[in-house]
Design a protein around this ligand. Structure first.
Ligand code: ADP
Ligand code: ADP
Ligand code: ZN
Length: 210
């Protein structure tokens, strides 16, 4: 069976930032549950409506909703050689469901101390066209307001990227998601990289794992 990669870590660890590089190396498409939920929200689908309240509050969307979303995504033809999961699984129940439907070859955990997370998330912005990820101070666009990757001039910020919601998301991470580290360690799939260094250094550490 084709194998998939899981990108793991707290909100703001740099998963989205590193995903592009991993996609370039492995050729596996990025599957971000956060991006899929936000797309559903913009489209106003039933799924989007169901997820909205949880996302705005910084709480996890229920497992059955997320697992259904992933099951459907994995039936698409580009997923046949495995994918790069970004932001999934986030609970033991999600990891158990994933083990039934896909083969995971490695879980790459980007480790960043809690004390860094609020600054990272509160300075985050993305290109409104290509979703490239930037940061007000740590990784700004080269020319203000112009996307380095596609030249687009409109940037956006997420409604849930505020200090209060970040604290709720971090609490959810520690309670519901962090226990997955041991779950994957027991299965010999867990590799940690130091996410508290420059973006290029994190990329190099991840490339070394791959
Ligand atoms: P995640 O997908 O894990 O939530 P992101 O990739 O969106 O995280 O990164 C969160 C914010 O931190 C973004 O604004 C990004 O530009 C910034 N960032 C990512 N990696 C680093 C790093 N190694 N050092 C400093 N800032 C970073
Ligand atoms: P971040 O990495 O910054 O926390 P994401 O884009 O991964 O952001 O997720 C945004 C929100 O979407 C989460 O706070 C949560 O409400 C919801 N979400 C995303 N992925 C999952 C998942 N696998 N399980 C439950 N909720 C999820
Ligand atoms: Zn762009």
């Amino acid at each position: 069976m084709a194998s998939s990669i899981v990108l793991f870590g707290p909100p703001g660890a740099g998963k989205g930032t590193q995903a592009g590089n991993i996609v370039a190396i492995t050729g596996k498409p990025q599957v971000s549950t956060g991006d899929m939920l936000r797309a559903a929200l913009v489209e106003g689908t039933a799924l989007g409506l169901e997820a909205k309240g949880y996302m705005e509050a910084g709480q996890l969307v229920p497992d059955d909703v997320i697992i259904g979303l992933i099951e459907e995504r994995l039936t698409q033809s580009d997923a046949s050689d495995g994918v790069l999961f970004d932001g999934f699984p986030r609970t033991i129940a999600q990891a158990e469901a994933l083990a039934e439907i896909a083969d995971v070859s490695v879980v790459i955990a980007i480790e960043v101390p809690d004390g860094r997370i609020v600054d990272r998330i509160c300075g985050r912005y993305t290109c409104n066209s290509c979703d490239a990820v930037y940061h007000d101070t740590f990784n700004p666009t080269q020319t203000p307001e112009i996307c380095d990757h596609c030249g687009h001039t409109k940037m956006k910020r997420r409604a849930d990227d505020n200090e209060e919601t970040v604290r709720t998301r971090l609490a959810a991470y520690h309670e519901q998601t962090a226990p997955l580290a041991d779950w994957y360690r027991h299965r010999d799939l867990f590799v940690a990289v130091d996410g508290d260094q420059d973006i290029d250094m994190v990329s190099a550490s991840i490339s070394a794992v791959l």
